[in-house]
Design a protein around this ligand. Structure first.
Ligand code: APR
Length: 252
């Protein structure tokens, strides 16, 4: 494992790996959106929400128990996230996509900033907070105004609507996870960027890639459980490291 600091010069073998790569897979976590002002899941709890553990709100049980409270929290988070703009880290990943023939971008983030930045091949493992779906059949519904109980209901069947995100205790969208697993198992290089690498099953994707011989690259401000398995570790912010790496790759 080669650990490279903030004022870094990536080693030549990193660039030769990138040049010979035919498929690059990237997994991002909340650290990539941190520089857009999107607080991580746990940092978000301020003001009225400081008294709540986010994991006690982002569950099917919480929604069954008090849908109005859960919707109030998600509306607050949507307003917070709605103000965020893609940062240089997001934009560099769009440039990287243009440089590599085979490219998959897998994200745990629900803020939609990768698509907003212009990334096209985005696999949203945990859903998208701005989308709403019917609790009965899972269809994505364009939210109309709330009904009398101040909760959004499906215009077709009248069932409650919910945010289209994965809650704790719920399975990931089958299609997205399958796509992410194939990308991890078929890539030559796997980037893990801005994720603590503890929430499963996303956290196991890097090791799936490693098991098939891929080179593992971690970009993070802190050590994570993946650090010891990484071939290249860039210690610093995604918004600083990614533009520099992509510019160096373009310049070769
Ligand atoms: N650049 C790079 N890394 C950063 C930056 C940054 N600017 N800021 C923070 N980090 C790192 C942190 O050091 C941490 O290791 O990003 C990681 C963020 O970890 P988490 O907050 O645990 O977020 P994430 O890994 O995405 O969590 C996974 O858990 O909270 C649930 O469903 C939620 O999708 C989320 C999942």
């Amino acid at each position: 494992m080669r650990q490279i600091g903030e004022s870094f010069q990536a080693p030549p073998e990193f660039f030769s790996s990138m040049q010979s790569a035919t498929h690059v897979a990237v997994l991002t976590g909340s650290g990539v959106s941190a520089e857009s002002g999107v607080p991580t899941f746990r940092e978000a709890q301020t003001g009225l929400w400081a008294q709540y553990d986010p994991e006690s709100l982002a569950t099917p049980e919480a929604f069954r128990r008090d849908p109005a409270l859960v919707w109030q929290w998600y509306r607050w988070r949507r307003e917070l996230i709605g103000k965020a703009k893609p940062n240089p880290g997001h934009l560099s990943l769009v440039e990287m996509e243009a440089l590599i023939r085979g490219y998959s971008l897998i994200t745990q983030n629900v803020d939609g900033l990768h698509r907003l930045a212009g990334s096209s091949a985005v696999i949203e493992l945990h859903g998208n907070i701005m989308r709403t779906r019917c609790t009965r059949d899972g269809r994505i519904i364009k939210e109309t105004s709330d009904s009398s109980d101040n909760l959004p209901h499906c215009p077709d069947c009248g069932s409650l609507l919910r945010p289209d995100v994965v809650w704790f205790g719920e399975a990931l969208p089958r299609g997205s996870y399958h796509e992410a697993l194939i990308a991890a198992r078929t890539c030559d290089i796997f980037f893990s960027i801005g994720t603590s690498g503890v929430v499963q099953p996303a956290a196991s994707l890097a090791l799936e890639a490693r098991a098939t011989g891929a080179i593992i690259v971690e970009i993070n401000i802190d050590d994570t459980p993946l650090t010891q398995f990484s071939d290249f570790v860039f210690r610093g912010t995604a918004g600083n490291i990614l533009p520099s790496l992509v510019n160096s790759i373009k310049g070769r």
